[in-house]
Design a protein around this ligand. Sequence first.
Ligand code: IMP
Length: 179
Amino acid sequence: MSSQSKPIILFNRQEIRATVSRLAVEITKDYHDRHPVLISVLKGSFMFMADLIRLLDFPLEVDFIRLSSYGRSRQTSGKVGVMQGFRSLIKGRDVLVVEDIVDTGLTTSFLMDYLRQKNPASLRLCSLTDKPSRRQVPVQIDYLGFTVPDKFLVGYGLDWDENFRNLPDICYVEVEEKC
Ligand code: IMP
């Protein structure tokens, strides 16, 4: 059992817009002539992906992948699997993974290894947020939005037990875990 408080804003919509614009400039510089495949990790990164690609004014493809997630607990099970694969052929393509958060790093590390086995021409990671204080395995983030404290984030696509994804700001909730 767990309970949570009212969401408190960590980064508001104006700060998010400015950060997504900055990332779009960095990504455009590197990918404008490479026709990349952007792979959004569902569900948490759908809002970030939608805002990001609207600022990328060059040919690209989008795809989606769904991995196992936290469910009701704050702790990751450590076991990651592909629940729903993407459809793009990525062999020889420039692939950019679009994530919502790198927390322990287990999910992203699994995904990058999984994609690397498919022999892309290049493979990079763009993450909206990074929570380095909880890292268990190293992950290289090539394009980073925000470094965040050890709080449970919700909003702008991120959820607590499927709630709060629709909040337009990045917020946090004080999560109290009870057994
Ligand atoms: P990791 O494997 O611990 O890095 O976490 C991967 C996934 O856990 C993320 O893609 C999120 O779906 C979820 N997650 C981790 N931290 C948070 C958080 O603070 N809020 C919401 N979801 C989170």
